[in-house]
Design a protein around this ligand. Sequence first.
Ligand SMILES: Cc1cc2nc3c(=O)[nH]c(=O)nc-3n(C[C@H](O)[C@H](O)[C@H](O)COP(=O)(O)OP(=O)(O)OC[C@H]3O[C@@H](n4cnc5c(N)ncnc54)[C@H](O)[C@@H]3O)c2cc1C
Ligand SMILES: *[C@@H]1O[C@H](CO)[C@@H](O)[C@H](O)[C@H]1NC(C)=O
Ligand SMILES: *[C@@H]1O[C@H](CO)[C@@H](O)[C@H](O)[C@H]1NC(C)=O
Ligand SMILES: *[C@@H]1O[C@H](CO)[C@@H](O)[C@H](O)[C@H]1NC(C)=O
Ligand SMILES: *[C@@H]1O[C@H](CO)[C@@H](O)[C@H](O)[C@H]1NC(C)=O
Length: 626
Amino acid sequence: MKWWFFLLFISAGKAQFDTRRFLDYWTDLFRPLPRNPREGFVPDYTPKNQEEFDFIIIGAGSAGSVVANRLTEVPQWKVLLIEAGGNENFFSDIPIFAPFLSLTGMNWGYNSMPEPRACRDLRGKVCFLPRGRVLGGSSVLNFLIYQRGHPEDYNDWARMGNEGWSYNEVLPYFKKSENIGVRELRNSSYHGVGGYLDIEYSPYHSPLEKPFKQAGEELGYEWRDPNGENLIGFSKPQATMRKGRRCSSSKAFIEPIRFRPNLKVTKFSTVSKILIDPYTKTATGVEFTKRNMSIQVRVRREVISSAGTIGSAQLLMVSGIGPEDHLLEFGIPVIADLPVGYNLQDHVTFSGNAFIVNQTGMTMNDLAAASPFVAAAYMQGRGPLTLPGGATGLAFVHTKYSYDVDQTRPDIELVMGAGSLAGDAMGILRSLLGVTDEWYRKVYQTLPFGARMRTFSINPVLIRPNSVGRLMLRSPNFTDHPRIHLNYFADPNDLRTMIEGVRMVQKIIGTKAFQRYNTKLHTTPFPGCEALLFDSDEYWECAIMQTSITLDHQVGTCKMAPAGDPTGVVSPRLKVHGIKGLRVADASIIPRIPAAHTHAAAVMIGEKAADLIKEDWGISTLTNKL
Ligand SMILES: Cc1cc2nc3c(=O)[nH]c(=O)nc-3n(C[C@H](O)[C@H](O)[C@H](O)COP(=O)(O)OP(=O)(O)OC[C@H]3O[C@@H](n4cnc5c(N)ncnc54)[C@H](O)[C@@H]3O)c2cc1C
Ligand SMILES: *[C@@H]1O[C@H](CO)[C@@H](O)[C@H](O)[C@H]1NC(C)=O
Ligand SMILES: *[C@@H]1O[C@H](CO)[C@@H](O)[C@H](O)[C@H]1NC(C)=O
Ligand SMILES: *[C@@H]1O[C@H](CO)[C@@H](O)[C@H](O)[C@H]1NC(C)=O
Ligand SMILES: *[C@@H]1O[C@H](CO)[C@@H](O)[C@H](O)[C@H]1NC(C)=O
């Protein structure tokens, strides 16, 4: 009998049988081998009611995992990490499956409120807003793309009065986390070596990579390190990946330290409230539910909310920190009147276009057809399954609508995917985007099946948006999802810039490099836009509003700003204004969204937060390798 059969009996025989925990453990064992020795199952700990910790961290996401790792470097600090989800698994490890994870229980499953200018033709007229509910948070659902943004993005934060957050001050923290696996970049002053977070290029070179690079050259753009000195240009995405498998924040920062005696991780535990003494205005602990139990834990030093842009804002508000009038609507006693939930920013993308090539073997669906070989290659960390979310190319451009005088600052990013919505025969991408089957039939079934399989996409992303949304409570209960107004394209310049993005894609497709394959845009007009002249600016404006979706980069709901700035929720030391013993450390503190995917920034915020906490409690940070 196999040894694991024996273990199966033991765990099944345990007095209180819990299906989720059981699956949590067993799906972990089926992660493909060989496994890195640093990786392994994180033990689950259930705190006793009223148990006391030095620090309590809410959320084991991109940022929270980092904070937990760095704080437990101090042996005398007892730390509790509370996570609503369980372990990641075999499936979430595979980079190309990223888009499908949002359809699983690892997603909180938030929806936006109906949007006037985006997602208009999507199911229910709302945008889906996936967020990770799993150890590793959204870094388990995300498309693995590792991108930091432009130096001036961070200098802007500092110019807003956030001392300590200029590019030169945050770059060391980006590098501290990083272990760049690309040989020729290991001596670059922009990359770190020896950190916990593995960054590499997908080892797979899709057949579209070369024409993409050549198209860039034809248009006068250079092929670059996407996190190097210059952003404007074409590149291959760098990814949070370890030997071809996803390297989530949990795998990077929690698993290697899972046996530190001063770290306790409680999974399947959802915090419903941060406990704050209304007289001393000091955080005293948190209340959470695990299975059917309600548990309160107390804190000696600080509570750190790393529950993400949606979770942190919602938690602060249900705990009495938020806009006074809004909290009073729900009868929540106000402890601090702060603008929580405002300043919601995001990157929106237009992903409806499909480009058809005249050869087989170029795009994702053709690659999938060779599945036995593909699976075998993956077991060795190679092959098409290692493409991060299916992305094979990135470009950053500066359009004529950019309000940045600085020509080195991009306002549009282009992401090339090895497949497209047209090739979504099984309906999985459709479910992810919220596109109805009827829409798919009308737009794409005008193409024969073979042609649909020979399609790929290049999606423009609006990376310097001006439109700002707001997150509001639906009820005083954390289990009720908040009302999220994304407000995409409220600023007309955002829409103009996006159309410029579509035009830029058309230029790429028009290059000799892509015309070698007679590459063509699929031209069936989108439902609701048929009356407009196809390919006019008016047509694209309509198409963009019908089907634009989020790139899942929501930030900003607990904005960082110095005391005295009425828009600020946390200080530049990430302390909630007016409250003692409570910080926020995740993407929600971002005052202005960087022109990049946001995971790298969230990890950097976790690193910096841990050092701020250590400094404030008189622990030397000098021993840190920077
Ligand atoms: C589908 C998708 C694709 C993306 N693609 C990319 C990409 O390619 N590149 C990139 O850089 N970024 C990408 N992002 C964005 C990026 O992953 C996020 O910006 C980043 O992970 C945010 O980190 P965070 O720490 O703020 O929050 P999260 O990582 O979301 O962490 C929050 C954690 O808190 C937990 N939590 C929340 N509330 C509670 C509670 N009440 N009690 C207990 N636990 C709680 C959650 O379960 C979660 O684990 C993507 C995101 C998604 C969803
Ligand atoms: C890194 O090494 C390569 C050669 O391996 C060299 O071309 C490059 O200039 C070096 N870069 C730096 C920043 O030292
Ligand atoms: C939780 O459920 C179990 C089994 O259903 C039950 O035995 C236990 O008493 C419950 N605990 C609480 C706190 O309700
Ligand atoms: C919040 O809602 C959940 C699910 O609807 C319910 O079980 C719980 O009792 C509610 N909590 C409060 C404080 O009302
Ligand atoms: C694809 O189109 C190009 C340009 O029109 C042509 O040269 C090439 O032969 C075509 N290839 C196939 C397989 O039809």
